[in-house]
Design a protein around this ligand. Structure first.
Ligand code: SF4
Length: 334
């Protein structure tokens, strides 16, 4: 069941350089849906616009254009409507150190959303819910953990508290913005497994934002790849990773450590090894004035051709699999 619908989402940021005002397009006409009990991964390099997408969905940043709908109803950005939306759509931030207030206890961090969203009948009910939230994220004994302040916890424990806080209003959508990128490698999998378990238990619609294709494939049903604010490829997670079509996705797939690649898991077709090397590093955000000037990847793309001077649309290459590249203009793999 579709829970959150995003259509034509755009975000422009104004930038002043040398006395001139320029608009930088961080997100360009992005459309997708999140469904209950399903994880969708949004993948891309730093600066590709993926975190801006999460912030718009969390209503921390106002979109320049486009619509965000919950259960088919465009969301309200003020008053009671906004509070109800925030109850349904919660976010886990990348930085478990900065997202918790160092002056407050874990108990305070969990009690506050219960009160703001009126989830408890009285203080005893709040206490019970706090205990339950901590148990759900495997922070026990709950009474001991609740009395601690963030500096008394490890990075992984802080992220568990942040996840428990996100669960407090009983949301239906969880936006996980690089939730493990600042944690030790040894505990990343534990946190991702925790989010996956909670997704199943609560039928959460999860948007998993990451630059890590391997975990995106493992934990997600669909993968969307962004480059310079644009969606360049989206489809079934296995199909995108094992048969990446867009030259940029091929670069990402080739760079991702994957012990199965050489083995050809289940006889699946593996991405061709002739993946081009990336071109020079370039600014990742596109100036609005550059938008119409063709494919944004063409400066780095070894397959660039004359047609690439025009901006490619998203083209279907398989059932539910779209690619923004002129190589697929006839609808088949080139
Ligand atoms: Fe490369 Fe052209 Fe495809 Fe862009 S449209 S990715 S430049 S082949």
């Amino acid at each position: 069941m579709s829970v959150l619908q995003v259509k034509g989402l755009v975000k422009d940021f104004a930038l002043r350089t040398g006395g001139r005002r320029r608009l930088l397009r961080a997100v360009d006409e992005l459309s997708f849906e999140l469904t209950a009990g399903t994880t969708v991964a949004l993948v891309g390099e730093s600066g590709s616009g993926k975190s801006t997408v999460a912030r718009m969905l969390a209503q921390l940043v106002r979109p320049s254009a486009g619509t965000i709908s919950l259960d088919g109803e465009p969301i309200r950005t003020r008053g009671r409507g906004l509070r109800r939306y925030r109850e349904d759509v919660q976010m886990v931030f990348q930085d478990p150190f900065g997202s918790l207030n160092p002056f407050h206890t874990v108990d305070h961090h969990l009690r506050r959303p219960l009160r703001v969203h009126r989830r408890a009948e009285n203080r005893a009910d709040e206490d019970r819910q706090i205990e339950r939230l901590l148990e759900r994220v495997n922070l026990t004994p709950a009474a001991v953990v609740a009395a601690k302040r963030p500096h008394e916890l490890s990075g992984g424990q802080r992220q568990r508290v942040a996840i428990a806080r996100a669960l407090a209003p009983a949301p239906r959508v969880l936006l996980a913005d690089e939730p493990v990128s600042m944690l030790d490698v040894s505990i990343r999998l534990e946190i991702l497994n925790l989010i996956d378990r909670l997704k199943q238990e609560d039928a959460l619609a999860v948007l998993y934002i990451t630059h890590d294709l391997a975990t995106a494939r493992h934990f997600s049903r669909r993968i969307m790849v962004m480059y310079r604010g644009e969606l360049v490829e989206s489809g079934d997670a296995d199909d995108v990773i094992l048969r990446p079509r867009h030259p940029y996705t091929r670069l990402l797939a080739a760079a991702a450590p994957d012990p199965n690649r050489r083995l050809g898991v289940d006889g699946a077709t593996v991405a061709p090894p002739t993946v081009p090397r990336p071109g020079p590093v370039e600014p990742q955000v596109a100036a609005v004035a550059d938008q119409a000037s063709g494919c944004r990847f063409r400066a780095r793309c070894p397959a660039a051709m004359a047609a690439c001077a025009a901006r490619p649309p998203l083209l279907p290459v398989a059932d539910g699999h779209d690619v923004r590249c002129w190589l697929y203009r006839d609808g088949t793999d080139s």
